[in-house]
Write a protein that binds this ligand. Structure first.
Ligand SMILES: [Zn+2]
Length: 640
């Protein structure tokens, strides 16, 4: 039996509406949870809302409703967002749930009874924004580091939790469990903090100041400090102390948090658990921030748009892919619409989308839409296999997913995609189809490509579940068998010969960036990357160049010249033109396409072929893009 998996997001504080940061954390949890489903593990995914404290009371007062009404409203917003992001959680906990409150009281009483909570008068500097006291050391120029306001001096009697008792134990635990807090930078941050003596934590608020909280079981005049209450959700949801879920999932617990709440999760929480005699969690996974680049956000839509709204513009799977691909888990990253569109066009539309539609289209073109059978002898003879390569990808994917390196997992998948695109160029199925003798080879090539796509459909499942299912349907896989299970993915020859495939579809439409680009963007394009403008010419000189629209009749790869394609172009008369565009276009993509040709360029020999004309294309570092006309015209039509 695979080891079970338990993942939590923080329970979100409901003093504001959900934003990109919440969405990212929760999508990460969803991706991790779906990955463990691929391992056939029992998974439990917990999220929820944190609903006590005086920030809530103030927000409710502003809206002239009760705290209860307020938390119901905001909590519902969070709950409604998750299905929109295809978040497949198992439980949504609220700290106002009666079962949670009971557990918090039980743990407080336990720690109190054993003497780790004491009563003391305290005079200190209190920030109302943070709902906490600050030590002088923590203040910046005498001000709260978060709110940049001077704290107020408050004198009150409160209950304190003896965190200092457990400081040595915690340091030891972190040092003997190197991946307890990860990535490593955050482990080091916690250890650096623990180099100074740890102060005891004030865990109560007098009801004279705050009533909206959980009453201390040993003193009716106080409520619990909101962090002490909130952190306990991770075990109250599992039915601590003797719920079945607690026994099964707590030993494999993993938390995901953003770096701003490292301290409560990396210090308070393990110490609370230790004091309560509960084993600590297995891993704390800490991620960085998304910096939103407003200058690159959606001018196309007129207004600056909330990042979350972009999922409605570009599709949810593309949005999830971008978040997982562009952030190295643990580090900060930049969010912009421009970067999102770039990912869609290059990774999704170009690499994955093209591969998928090319392969399915070839099944229809060469085999009437029926999956061919592989002759193993032919396979052996010509070494057409993709199997080893694909199996390696699965292993790389697993390793990266285990350590929360989602971007690495995706890079591994995209390397396979690019390998398969090259495989098509090298095996040239359109050439195999021309010769009667190579029919068996063609069958093997197409079948291998389908199997490769099957593996890709499974590997993208955690990040892009909807696209994965679309691919599954178009590959004719049995809907009753979970196509994404890792052991199935590893079983080569799973697609049944003879299966009829539906017609190909476009998985990700390209986003037309020119249409959306504002003038300002074009002006700010980095000039240094572009070549100098050429010297001025006269109109007479220009008129000497004979530019014509041509239709590509046939295209084929020039043997031994990987970048060259030999084109037969209709310009009213047929011409042979050799073009160095093979890296960006496949022969079959070109057939029927209208292109722009310099018709009166002196013919030249390339790789022994006389090229009679030149094809116009824009070329940058990544690829070349053919110049064309936006409406079909008669071949040979001149440009002026
Ligand atoms: Zn503050």
């Amino acid at each position: 039996m695979p080891k079970p998996f338990y993942i939590t997001t923080p329970i979100y504080y409901v003093n504001a509406r959900p934003h990109l940061g919440h969405a990212y954390t929760t999508i990460v949890a969803d991706v991790a949870s779906r990955y463990h489903a691929m391992r056939k593990a029992d998974t439990f995914f917990l999220t929820g809302t944190d609903e006590h404290g005086d920030k809530i009371v103030r927000a409710a007062r502003q809206k002239q409703i009760t705290p209860r009404q307020y938390v119901d409203q905001i909590s519902a917003l969070f709950k409604a967002l998750w299905p929109e992001l295809n978040i497949n959680y198992d439980q949504f906990i609220r700290t106002t749930d009666a079962s949670h409150i009971a557990v918090v009281k039980k743990i407080l009483q336990k720690i109190y009874d054993q003497g780790d909570i004491y009563f003391s008068e305290y005079e200190g500097k209190y920030c109302f924004g943070c709902e906490r006291f600050y030590t002088d050391r923590e203040l910046v120029d005498g001000k709260c580091p978060d709110h940049e306001t001077a704290p107020e001096i408050i004198k009150e009697s409160n209950y304190f939790f003896k965190m200092s008792h457990y400081q040595g134990w915690l340091i030891d635990h972190i040092k003997t469990h190197p991946d307890f807090i990860r990535p490593e930078r955050y482990k080091n941050e916690v250890l650096a903090f623990l180099r100074e003596p740890l102060e005891d934590l004030c865990i109560s608020r007098p009801k004279t100041r705050l009533e909206w909280g959980i009453t201390l079981p040993f003193d009716q005049n106080y409520v619990t400090y909101v962090w002490f209450d909130a952190l306990i959700n991770y075990i109250s949801a599992l039915g601590w102390p003797d719920g079945e879920k607690f026994k099964k999932f707590w030993p494999v617990s993993q938390h995901i948090v953003a770096k701003d709440i490292l301290k409560p999760h990396g210090i308070y929480w393990p110490i609370m658990l230790k004091a309560a005699g509960i084993p600590v969690y297995q891993h704390l996974n800490v991620h960085g921030y998304w910096n939103i680049d407003q200058s690159k956000m959606s001018k196309s839509l007129g207004n600056v748009v909330e990042p979350l709204e972009l999922k409605n513009v570009y599709g949810l799977d593309a949005f999830r892919y971008f978040l997982m691909r562009d952030m190295t888990f643990g580090l900060d990253s930049n969010f912009s619409e421009e970067a999102l569109v770039q990912r869609i066009n290059s990774d999704l539309a170009n690499d994955l989308g093209n591969l998928f539609s090319r392969v399915v289209a070839m099944v229809h073109k060469y085999f009437k839409g029926v999956v061919p059978r592989v002759d193993l002898q032919v396979e052996k003879e010509f070494e057409l296999g993709l199997e080893t390569r694909a199996l390696n990808t699965i292993s790389e994917f697993e390793m990266a997913m285990e350590e929360f390196a989602f971007h690495k997992a995706l890079i591994a998948i995209w390397e396979l995609i690019s390998h398969m695109n090259k495989y098509i160029d090298v095996t040239a199925p359109w050439e195999l189809a021309k010769k009667k003798t190579s029919g068996k080879q063609l069958e093997a090539v197409i079948y291998n490509l389908l199997e490769g796509l099957r593996i890709i459909s499974g590997l993208i499942y955690p990040v892009m579940p909807d696209t994965a299912v679309k691919m599954r349907v178009h590959l004719g896989l049995n809907p009753d068998e979970p196509f994404y299970h890792l052991d199935r993915l590893r079983t080569w020859n799973t697609i049944l010969a003879g299966t009829e495939l539906p017609k190909s579809i476009v998985l990700f439409p390209r986003v037309d960036t020119n249409k959306d680009k504002s003038e300002a963007d074009q002006l700010s394009a980095p000039e240094s990357q572009l070549p100098e403008f050429k010297p001025e010419i006269t109109f007479e000189t220009l008129e000497k160049i004979d530019l014509r629209v041509g239709t590509v009749v046939r295209a084929e790869v020039v043997p031994k010249a990987r970048k060259l394609l030999k084109l037969l172009v209709d310009l009213g008369q047929q011409r042979t033109i050799v073009a160095g565009i093979s890296g960006s276009y496949t022969p079959e993509e070109l057939e029927g396409k209208q292109i722009i040709v310099v018709a009166n360029l002196k013919p030249a020999k390339l790789m022994g072929i006389l090229s009679n004309g030149m094809v116009l294309a824009a070329v940058d570092q990544q690829q070349c893009s053919l110049a064309t006309v936006d409406r079909n015209v008669t071949p040979g039509t001149p440009l002026k």
